[in-house]
Design a protein around this ligand. Structure first.
Ligand code: NAD
Ligand code: LMR
Length: 332
């Protein structure tokens, strides 16, 4: 019987093969995200790490008949991070604590800054060439921490570090479709800035829906900026968005993998090391980026904004600058 043999870096059917590691894989986001990655045909080797429970998640997912191996690693094994990370093309980081009602994302800094710092050290050591997708909040500060830690190890590649802001974009698509009575799958709303409250700027003026009255528009903008709070409140102490975030994280990971595979025209928003406002001391900013074999190939400018959006941008920059500095100072 004819049996095709896989070339290195490819599946037997010729599809490019990638190793993806998930750090925090037993969590509310980690589990459904790992499921979606198990279903992704680009992923042939899925490595799940968590303080505990990742072996169970891996065993469970390993029964799904897709063309990938899944393995689980937990912190009681001192070699676990090395084994989970070595050879990874993409590392996704949803490790850390989520919000409870009444908390801001910045309140998570006290715990998650240390978590991200520790994992950054391991990524820098064991997966220095990987694309790193940071989900852990507060993203506006954890991404600068990740960058600073990788830089300390001499392995920082600004094209390969991403704060995942996809959830803001998918929320914007959904919420604008509810207001306008349109198909959410066809809505594209540029969202720029950062990932918390007023740093999230939906650029409605660049959609086809420019005629929305001011009161409705203000309410829509507020909902996109504070959509995370809706879920935190509804979960009532049991955490924040996990399922929509898993969808968002899997979508963004697939775009990064498509870019690595050399697909053309892969454009997604992300919080990246950005030239756009560096002259104003803002090292990281979310806007659309073109993804390619080396990670970020191009950071897109924000385009023409309305006067209202320019005002939002000015306020966003003030907060973002502080959030970024907080991360950089922590890493120092
Ligand atoms: P969770 O508590 O359900 O899961 C977090 C997991 O991280 C747990 O399994 C925990 O054991 C693990 N973990 C903690 N410290 C770790 C370490 N040092 N190494 C490895 N694993 C570790 O939380 P969740 O709901 O999955 O949320 C995770 C993070 O994602 C939170 O910080 C949350 O605020 C953030 N989040 C970000 C976005 C976004 O848009 N970027 C959206 C939703 C949630
Ligand atoms: C979100 O936007 O849902 C996440 O950042 C989680 C949160 O704390 O709101």
């Amino acid at each position: 019987m004819f049996c095709r043999v896989a070339r290195r870096g490819f599946r037997a059917d010729g599809v490019r093969a990638y190793r993806v590691s998930v750090l925090g894989a037993n969590g509310g986001i980690g589990q459904p995200l790992s499921l979606l990655l198990k279903l992704n045909k680009r992923v042939t080797d899925l490595r799940l790490y968590d303080l505990k429970g990742a072996k169970g998640v891996a065993a469970d997912l390993s029964h799904i008949p897709t063309n990938s191996q899944v393995s689980g690693y937990t912190a009681e094994n001192p070699e676990a991070l090395r084994e989970a990370l070595t050879g990874a093309d993409v590392v996704v980081v949803p490790a850390g604590v989520p919000r409870k009602p009444g908390m801001t994302r910045d309140d998570l800094f006290a715990i998650n800054a240390g978590v991200v710092q520790q994992l950054a050290g391991a990524i820098g050591q064991h997966a220095p060439g990987a694309a790193v997708l940071v989900i852990s909040n507060p993203v506006n500060s954890t991404v600068p921490i990740m960058a600073a830690e990788l830089r300390k190890l001499g392995v920082y590649d600004p094209r390969k570090l991403f704060g995942v802001t996809t959830l803001d974009s998918i929320r914007a698509s959904r919420f604008i479709s509810e207001v306008q009575g349109t198909d959410p799958t066809r809505e594209r709303v540029p969202v720029i800035g950062g990932h918390s409250g007023i740093t999230i700027i939906p650029v409605l003026s660049q959609t086809q829906h420019t005629g929305i009255d001011k009161a409705t528009r203000d309410a829509l903008i507020h909902r996109i900026q504070f959509g995370g709070d809706e879920v935190v409140k509804a979960k009532n102490g049991a955490g924040s968005a996990t399922l929509s975030m898993a969808r968002a994280g899997a979508k963004f990971a697939d775009a990064v993998l498509a870019g690595l595979a050399g697909e053309q025209g892969v454009v997604e928003p992300a919080f990246v090391d950005s030239p756009l406002y560096k002259s104003e001391g803002i090292e990281f900013f979310a806007s659309a980026v073109t993804l390619g074999p080396r990670g970020v190939e191009e950071v897109h400018p924000v385009g023409t904004l309305s006067a209202e959006e320019e005002e939002m941008l000015a306020k966003c920059k003030e907060t973002l600058k502080q959030n970024i500095e907080k991360g950089i100072n922590f890493a120092k």
